[in-house]
Design a protein around this ligand. Structure first.
Ligand SMILES: Cc1cc2nc3c(=O)[nH]c(=O)nc-3n(C[C@H](O)[C@H](O)[C@H](O)COP(=O)(O)O)c2cc1C
Length: 455
């Protein structure tokens, strides 16, 4: 069986994910493996047509394609995303069509599900036969139990490929819209003292994106600036080197960090405008998110009002909405969404104005919504890792978490510990237990009584 591994780590061979592939090679030596360092070589792949053609020829010859990647900001890294865009731009879909595929990732399980859903959807769009995902924690391979799990997953995968089993696609093709937005009369949105930054990756297509940001730029009165990611001095995607972990200093010396600190951090409202490209925004946008890793696992834009303004069928891509919502929530922001799916210029005018208004109001009242599972879960993952296993690498995070009271382990809650120590033994007494459990509903609302009395 010929297996082509599309390596999505910017670190190339020196990658955690590739250790899992190396393990597979040892355990299943009967297969032929070809590993293509996609993310690491993306510049060459973009520029050198021979390099591109070699990759496509390899995919064409494969019985199984393994999308192997590290998680980067709830998805794959920007370099890998760019490769996926090139497949369609260069009309190479036929090389992937009908191939069996699986996805294999390493991560710390922070939104690994959105990344795999993305790859699954991309595989379905390419007409591949997607057999499943394997999401390993970075260190899983060190455990015998997890080694076994990996072996079983791939034994099942290889058997499915050998037997040529049928596979049902899960994601319906996206239905594009031909709607052209023509903005109407102006309306003034008073931003007051609030600073607004409209960040876009507009490259001329689709035209709706530029029309939407133009309306916002015109209507906001006050400090408002439109910045195009394409005009910025960003030399490349995050390299995953983690050197920033020590003191938030990025190895790149381009304009990104300066832009982040001096344009975005002072802003109150950030409009993030982009178009749907395959099942996400563009790789340019992804590069923006990835490069913000110089802030480690700290909320670098906390307290901002974020308006996602998207051209394209966002409502058909729930995992994109989920990834952006979770990004904003984990960053301590309030996020509103708007797309051009209204398919009616007047309606879209009104929606854009309403969003702009709500962002200003949200900013004036400093509204940040309560966290859902996305950020509650995310915080616990980062808190535990930064406290323990990742502390040496992410020392800047460790300091930040300490200074901001983010090491909020329940073990530190002395009051609750004392109460548990007292009450748990008492509940062994049948009469006491009956009293507590028999009236649990009232006990649960008891603490709220003084709040309501004083409200
Ligand atoms: C820029 C960046 C973003 C990351 N984002 C995530 C993430 O969203 N979720 C997660 O669980 N791990 C995330 N990680 C951790 C990596 O996925 C993890 O370290 C992975 O094992 C690295 O694999 P590699 O050595 O093959 O590149 C991120 C790491 C970097 C450098």
């Amino acid at each position: 069986m010929k297996i082509v591994v599309l390596n999505g780590s910017p670190k190339g061979d020196v990658s955690v994910t590739m250790q899992y592939v190396a393990y597979l090679r040892k355990k299943f030596p009967e297969n032929e493996y070809e590993i293509l360092n996609i993310a690491h070589e993306i510049r060459t792949i973009e520029k050198d047509s021979k390099a591109w053609e070699n990759i496509i020829a390899s995919v064409r010859s494969a019985d199984l394609v393994i999308w192997a990647f590290p998680l980067y900001y709830l998805l794959v890294c920007s370099q890998y995303k760019r490769f996926i865009e090139l497949i369609t731009e260069r009309k190479a879909q036929d090389a992937f069509f009908g191939k069996y595929a699986v996805s294999l990732s390493t991560s710390i399980h922070f939104f690994d599900q959105t990344a795999h859903a993305y790859i699954h959807a991309v595989s379905d769009d390419l007409g591949m036969k997607y057999l499943g995902m394997f999401s390993a924690d970075m260190k899983d391979l060190l455990s015998e139990k997890e080694q076994k799990r990996l072996e079983i997953f791939f034994a099942l995968t290889f058997s499915a490929v050998r037997e040529k089993i049928p596979v049902q696609p899960e994601y319906m093709p996206l239905v594009p819209s031909a709607f052209v937005y023509i903005p109407g009369g102006e309306k003034t949105i008073r931003a007051g003292t609030k600073k607004v930054v409209i960040l876009t990756d507009d490259d001329g297509s689709p035209a709706n994106l530029a029309a939407m940001t133009a309306r916002l730029l015109k209507n906001f009165s006050g400090s408002v600036e439109l910045i195009n990611l394409h005009d910025m001095n960003i030399k490349g995607g995050c390299l995953g080197c983690c050197q920033c972990g020590y003191d938030n200093t990025c190895v790149y010396t381009d304009g990104y960090v300066d832009f982040f600190n001096n344009k975005l951090v002072p802003a109150d409202i950030i409009i993030m405008a982009g178009s749907v490209r395959d099942r996400y925004l563009s790789s340019k946008w992804k590069q923006f998110f990835d490069r913000s890793f110089f802030k480690g696992h700290t909320p670098g834009l906390a307290g901002k009002q974020i308006g996602f303004v998207i051209a394209g069928p966002l409502s058909q891509i729930p995992c994109l909405k989920e990834a952006l919502t979770a990004w904003a929530e984990n960053g301590g922001c309030n996020a509103l969404f708007l797309t051009d799916e209204a398919r009616d210029s007047e309606k879209l005018d009104a929606l854009l104005d309403a969003m702009a208004d709500r962002l200003v109001q949200g900013s004036e009242l400093a509204y940040i919504p309560p966290q859902t599972f996305y950020a509650v879960g995310g915080h616990k993952i980062f808190r535990d890792r930064i406290y323990a296993g990742m502390r040496v690498v992410f020392q800047a995070d460790y300091r930040y978490y300490g200074e901001h009271g983010m090491f909020d382990f329940p073990k530190g809650d002395i009051k609750t510990r004392l109460m548990n120590a007292l009450l748990i033994p008492l509940t062994r007494i049948p009469g006491f237990r009956k009293k507590v459990f028999g009236d649990m509903k009232h006990h649960m609302i008891e603490p709220f009584a003084p709040v309501l009395e004083n409200a």
